[in-house]
Ligand binder design. Structure first.
Ligand code: GAL
Length: 351
């Protein structure tokens, strides 16, 4: 929490709350210390390839900046010399396949893959297996059957179902504090809009389902007015917000977004049109998302600790290079999945 909030001009009026998924999260956080005892120069001359699905994605670029910082710090502390190459597929799986093949032919030691199409990883896995180069998938979760194909495949991500539950819980808490602030027409039902990240993306599917489930489980009735996909993008979400506000106007009581950038797109439309509407929630806890919560423009967000994700990726890289596997990285499951911690940030003072 400190790390991310530390980048924001801190103001009071925010409730930075709830360390969620507590046990696992704490264990993971504790386990991501870089190994100083692993012998100097572990990974000396190591070539690490990183492949982003899209470099203009806010969350991914934050994650990449953290990874660069962590690798530089390691080099400084250990006197090691690593080579980190980060490549952008710009949304094309074909481009990413070519980038990966090229890196394999150039003798990279380990590849970290933010796969464009989570259902098309078989090709990349086959190539990596042929070259005996481990793959760490991150953020975009391949299907489990693919991950089972080889014991040098890993996944680092978030618990998307828990992200969604916490997002729903923000609405539940606000409703319990003051139902009238959400149930604007006082009919005992929350009329909502759902803005989804991306068709077939694991995080989008699970956040969509579990956020609403959390509200329903709390005994609050809901009615979906409408919903759409904005590909995680601010401008696409602003365009959807325009359609929805034009169509439903003041019937809209809550807008749930699968990430902060899309929540910010809704806020853009709301601000441009001077609407009085802040019942908006997101996920990610990007600096811009957190700022919108601080400014009272949205109800809250679920912070996914991208620094922790970057540390986990690098921890797996080092463990693999040292031991030939990363089974002992704290939080790693038998199936070689590891999930980074998360927590909720809500504005306060709205009762
Ligand atoms: C999600 C994240 C989104 C976007 C997406 C890309 O986990 O919340 O903002 O970055 O991953 O795969």
């Amino acid at each position: 929490m400190k790390a991310i909030l530390g980048k924001i001009p801190v103001k009071l009026g925010i409730m930075a709350a709830m360390l969620a998924a507590a046990a696992v999260a704490a264990a993971v956080a504790a386990g991501i210390m870089l190994r100083r005892d692993s012998g100097a120069n572990v990974g000396q001359n190591l070539k690490i390839g990183v492949f982003m699905y899209r470099g203009d994605d806010t969350f991914i670029s934050n994650l990449m900046n953290s990874l660069r910082d962590i690798v530089s710090a390691y080099e400084r502390e250990q006197g090691a010399n690593l080579y980190l190459s980060i490549q952008d597929a710009q949304g094309s799986q074909a481009t990413q396949n070519t980038q990966i093949e090229r890196s394999l032919s150039l003798g990279y030691n380990i590849l970290c893959v933010n796969v464009v199409d989570r259902t098309s990883v078989a090709y990349v896995i086959d190539k990596a297996m042929e070259a005996d180069v481990p793959l760490i998938f991150f953020n975009r979760e391949p299907v489990q059957a693919d991950l089972r194909k080889w014991d040098k495949l890993y996944y680092v991500g978030t618990d998307a179902s828990m992200n969604g539950r916490l997002e729903g819980q923000i609405i539940v808490d606000a409703y319990r504090e003051n139902p009238e602030r959400l149930d604007l027409n006082n009919d005992g039902i929350l009329q909502y809009i759902m803005i989804e990240g991306e068709f077939r993306h694991q995080d989008a599917i699970l956040r969509t389902e579990s956020s609403i489930q959390a509200i329903v489980d709390a005994g609050i009735m809901v009615e979906k007015l409408d919903g759409g996909t904005a590909n995680w993008e601010r401008s696409q979400a602003a365009a959807l917000a325009k359609d929805y506000f034009t169509k439903y106007g003041s019937q809209i009581e809550v807008i749930l977004c699968n990430n902060d950038d899309m929540a910010l797109g809704v806020i853009d439309y709301v601000s441009d049109n001077q609407l009085d509407f802040t019942n908006i929630v997101g996920v990610d806890g990007t600096p811009q998302g957190l700022q919108a919560v601080y400014d009272g423009k949205m109800e809250g967000t679920v912070v996914i600790d991208y620094e922790a994700q970057a540390k986990l990726i690098f921890e797996i890289v080092l463990a693999h290079i040292k031991d030939g596997n990363a089974r002992d990285v704290i939080g790693m499951t038998e199936e070689r999945y590891v999930r980074a911690p998360m927590y909720v940030v809500r504005r306060e003072g709205q009762k």
